[in-house]
Ligand binder design. Sequence first.
Ligand code: PGA
Length: 623
Amino acid sequence: MAQLVVGFTFLASGFVKVADPMGMAHKLHAYTAYWGLPVSDGFLMEVGAVVMGVAEFMLGVYVVLGARRRMATAAVAVVMAAMTVLTAWIYAVNPVPDCGCFGDALTLTHGETLAKNVVLLLAALYLATHPLRVKRMVSERNGWITSVYALVYAITLALYSLHYLPLIDFTPYAPGASIRKALEGSADADQRLANFYLADPQGGEDLSYQVAEAQGCVFLLVVPQTEVADDGCNDRINDLYDYCADHSLPFYMATASDSTGRADWCDRTGAAYPILQAEDTELQAMVRSNPGLLLLRDGVVVAKWSNNNLPEVEGLEARLQALPDKGGALWRLLAWFFLPLLLVVVADALWIGHKFYRHHIYVKQFKLKRIMRKKIVAGNWKMNKTLQEGVALAQELNEALTADKPNCDVVICTPFIHLAPVAGVINPELVGLGAENCADKVSGAYTGEVSAAMVRSTGATHVILGHSERRAYYHETPEILKEKVNLALENNLEVIFCIGEVLEEREAGKQNEVVKAQLEGSLFDLTAEQFSHIILAYEPVWAIGTGKTATAEQAEEMHAFIRQTIADKFGAEAAENVSILYGGSCKPSNAKEIFSKENVDGGLIGGAALKVADFKGIIDAWK
Ligand code: PGA
């Protein structure tokens, strides 16, 4: 919900800015003028408007599609925090009539804007603190296609709208609007048009009615500020004016510049048409170009042109008769954005479905079964077996379990090199596949490391993290492990998370404290949903590979403590559902007794996983 609200709001507000960057540039100008900032350069304002619009649009795309979740949610929260402060100030001080959040498409009062921003800020903070709850609509692998498409779309739309006119006209002066009706006070006219006001600069006489009530066509050349207007299109303007003079069509120019500005314009362009006085912001609303041209017929706006596409005299006759040019429809513009994106999302889903079809099915079943707390026997090959030996071992195990179906889930965790070939020889419904480790980084220059995404791409569904050998020999701290866990979960791997105390700690009676700290340090920031993808493995370090097994009672005591700790943190249901495996010198001869304990849900097996007979013997302990 928060994802959709925040995502679509950013998308919509970014869209109106890229569809009408000039409108946003005017708003920015209003702010900088209020603050007395020395940046009134129109070009800078336009660049600012485009950058703001594109950035907002892209953040919206990221949040809606669940791409770059951490970056996008953090950025959205920062933007919303800044915007909320800004709108609170606007609410208190009232420096500008409209804050400009949604351009001219939707005007909110300052109070409404502030309320909207407070709600959005709360939603954005929630997302930023729970980025992994943002649902991914496109896989990480194909996310770049949607990002590049959205970026190209936004920039093209912004530049087109700046060069010509906005493809969608959100102003009151959109073609089809009747200024005459508004001035006559008609109820069905856009009331914002009642601000239309043109005056004779000499006598100050109000000429608005004369223009709006004129029968037939009237051209209105709009030049908000003559000083900064582009005069490169004079010839065409003068040609148009000559045409109008020849055909007895009224042609006016309207500007907010003073007499000096008007005189300067006449000098620069040789203007011979009458010049009227108007208000700056109203002129900016009339047409998003300086200069721009408006064609009215019987007081109705029928066409608008920017200085970059002024009409030629040839063919003008037909234009004078034509219906109002309403431009591109909003739905068409949106379809150009959403349809290709939808196509990518569907294609991506199919692609992933195809590639990982078998493993998806397996993971689904895996989840279903876990409702009744799954019994699991997982093998940890450690640094053993050449590629050929490993593939042969997996094959042999697969055959043994095909012949004699297990009563529990079986997973083998192998060195990285075995993963892809082993995936090819096992039946994923019988034998799950996992790695023994993954990197704490997403990707990049980390020589020798293997990322969670890479593990997942082999077809593996699990990963062991936090094994005591990695904590001891490779100095993996709870913080590092936290990163690894997050990345593994982000890549849809089920995590077998190992915890356990060393001998001195047990002798000092500190085992509970140690295990609790290990859980807290790496897993306690997870959500309950994320935690449902964790399998715990209690492995007392003094029992690993030593032949010294913890007694079944010692194991049960610790497993019960771990389950209670999970219940305290994640609730009774999560505790009830989490499988807690025992590891450390587990053999066919002691497995049955250990597994018989209420809180022991299986084993993580090292040495005994290297021989099919031993491993199968432990698996059979569940029979
Ligand atoms: P072990 O190892 O069964 O050889 O004691 C267990 C483990 O380290 O996971």
